[in-house]
Ligand binder design. Structure first.
Ligand code: FMN
Length: 180
């Protein structure tokens, strides 16, 4: 049985819920998995067999702490099976929902010293009612540029949970020593 650490960086909770879904799937398959915030995690990443980092996009970027964590832990991440997934709304478009086609993940990896073998991209959610006035208007601008919903009453989740489940299966196999 392998023990997997899932670290999330989130603004509105979805990346955490995706980690919890992966955790549930891993545990159902007989693995051990723990979900922790990337910033302020209590668990020691060195004591796990595999590490997964999940981070959402806000205003075109992952939180700076994601790259900081990677820089500080690069040898550790490279020493064991480790994976990265990104959550964003551009990924709701079929042409931009893979690691090879998602602009945020591609841009992040171009700056990232660690090149994870296992990558994922999941479409996020849009719920204007949860955002403060500035974020609400910024988000509407982003959606206008991307031809998405601009009505402030919009509340929609684009996440493909079956894809999350498939990703969890790949994490389980990878963490158990199988090639990606
Ligand atoms: C203020 C704000 C800015 C965002 N900016 C972007 C963006 O630039 N590009 C994008 O694709 N998604 C953007 N999103 C969408 C988020 O990535 C999406 O809502 C995701 O589900 C958030 O996940 P989280 O709850 O884990 O933070 C933004 C969301 C908010 C609230």
């Amino acid at each position: 049985m392998v023990n997997i650490l899932l670290l999330y960086s989130t603004n509105y909770g979805l990346s955490k819920r995706i980690c919890e879904k992966i955790q549930a799937s891993l545990c159902a398959g007989g693995q051990q998995a723990q979900v922790e915030p990337l910033v302020g995690h209590a668990a020691d990443p060195r004591s796990f067999d595999a590490i997964v980092i999940g981070a959402s996009i806000k205003h075109g970027k992952h939180h700076p702490s994601v790259l900081e964590f990677i820089r500080a832990n690069q040898p550790l991440l490279e020493s064991k099976p480790s994976a990265l997934f990104s959550v964003n709304l551009v990924a709701r478009k079929p042409a931009k929902n893979t690691p090879q086609t998602n602009p945020y993940l591609k841009r992040f990896l171009a700056r990232c010293p660690w090149q994870p073998k296992l990558l994922g991209v999941f479409a996020g959610e849009l719920d204007y009612s949860r955002y403060g006035p500035l974020d609400k208007h910024m988000m509407r601008f982003v959606m206008w540029i991307n031809k998405g919903p601009t009505d402030f009453s919009t509340k929609v989740q684009f996440t493909d949970w079956d894809e999350v489940e498939r990703f969890a299966g790949r994490v389980a196999a990878f963490a158990s020593g199988q090639p990606v």
